[in-house]
Design a protein around this ligand. Structure first.
Ligand code: TRP
Length: 326
């Protein structure tokens, strides 16, 4: 339900709308995923408190180039971006991820209204409050929701000159079909005349990609395994983390890195009273990270009804930031 909470609960936050999925959704999703022949877990549950901390650590690793490269593009191209976007858009961010990135964008375009959307309530409230405090001229309206669902924006937001922002190559975590549907849906959410700024990790040599997701300090492994830890704590499950091993191979045929957790022994695991059997060497598929060439992504955007207008790429051609018109 769309519960609007009193502004006093959220400091300088002007509005907060809770469309959050319940704990039942987490449990049902885990049981459904583990019941499949190819066991899967949804990557949207990576980001509990510990998961968010570990991901922040990933973004500082030498091997994990996407975050710092995208920030570099935003820094270097902010004047270009502002020129393309035009003045004073309502900025809608899908996933309240990186504080640095959104600040660079808000500074560049001088946004009067900012609407962060995120599945993780505590993280969202914290970051939205901080931003509202630091940008007193900007109206901040936070929406706690799963952006893979349909989202109706609050009626009192400006309807023209909306700019969607979807950094971090999160779109790469969807399959191509899901990505197309997401783009179609956001285009409908943002409305005609809107624009969308999307960060996409580029296709590159397998070695660089592999290192980014299998770092030498083991933070990627800890991040992936933390999902099992979260399930243990929140869903009364019995995963023994010493009997699962992270691996993230580049799968050329699908143009993606696949995040996997291998069971190193034959074992049974119980989740909320339901037992699951694992054989030695079997893996749980936890996430995909698709990589696109500029042309591949532009074709996807076009097939979703967007017009690719401009693209910024770093000198080493590792990452791309696309400006699309709705
Ligand atoms: N969305 C991130 C990405 O695709 C997630 C991620 C980075 C990740 N490193 C990881 C997930 C390691 C599992 C394991 O880049």
């Amino acid at each position: 339900m769309n519960k609007a909470l009193s502004p006093t609960d959220f400091g300088a936050l002007e509005g907060f709308h809770d469309l959050n999925p319940t704990q039942d959704d987490f449990c049902a999703s885990v049981i459904k995923g583990l019941s499949r022949k190819q066991k899967t877990l949804s990557c949207k549950f990576f980001y509990d408190q510990r998961g968010s901390e570990l991901f922040d650590e990933i973004t500082t690793l030498d091997e994990y180039y996407p975050t710092r490269t995208e920030i570099g593009i935003l820094e270097r191209s902010s004047a270009d971006i502002a020129a393309a976007v035009g003045n004073q858009p309502t900025v809608v961010e899908f996933g309240a991820g990186s504080v640095r990135k959104i600040r660079l964008l808000l500074d560049a375009v001088d946004a009067p209204v900012f609407v962060p959307i995120d599945i993780s309530r505590d993280h969202l409230v914290h970051s939205a409050k901080c931003l509202a405090g630091d940008y007193p001229e900007t109206r901040v309206v936070a929406i706690c929701a799963d952006f893979t669902n349909d989202i109706a924006l609050p009626k009192d937001l400006p309807t023209s000159n909306r700019l969607g922002f979807f950094p971090g190559s999160t779109l790469g975590n969807f399959t191509h079909d899901e990505a197309q549907q997401f783009l179609e849906r956001t285009r409908a959410t943002l409305g005609t005349g809107s624009a969308f700024l999307v960060g996409i990790d580029l296709r590159k040599d397998a070695e660089t990609l592999h290192a980014a997701y299998n770092d030498s300090l083991g933070i990627s492994a800890a991040f992936n395994l933390n999902l099992l830890n979260r399930i243990n704590h929140e869903l009364d499950a019995t995963f023994d983390l010493t009997t699962f091993r992270h691996d993230a191979p580049w799968v050329e045929e699908h143009g993606r890195i696949e995040m996997r957790l291998y069971s190193t022994v034959n074992q049974n695991v119980t989740v909320a009273g339901t037992a699951f059997q694992f054989t030695e060497g079997e893996y749980i598929h936890t996430e995909n990270s698709h990589k696109y060439s500029v042309a591949e992504f532009q074709a996807l955007a076009s097939s979703s009804g967007y017009e690719p207008v401009q693209v910024w790429v770093d000198d080493a051609e590792r990452f791309s930031l696309h400006y699309l018109r709705g």
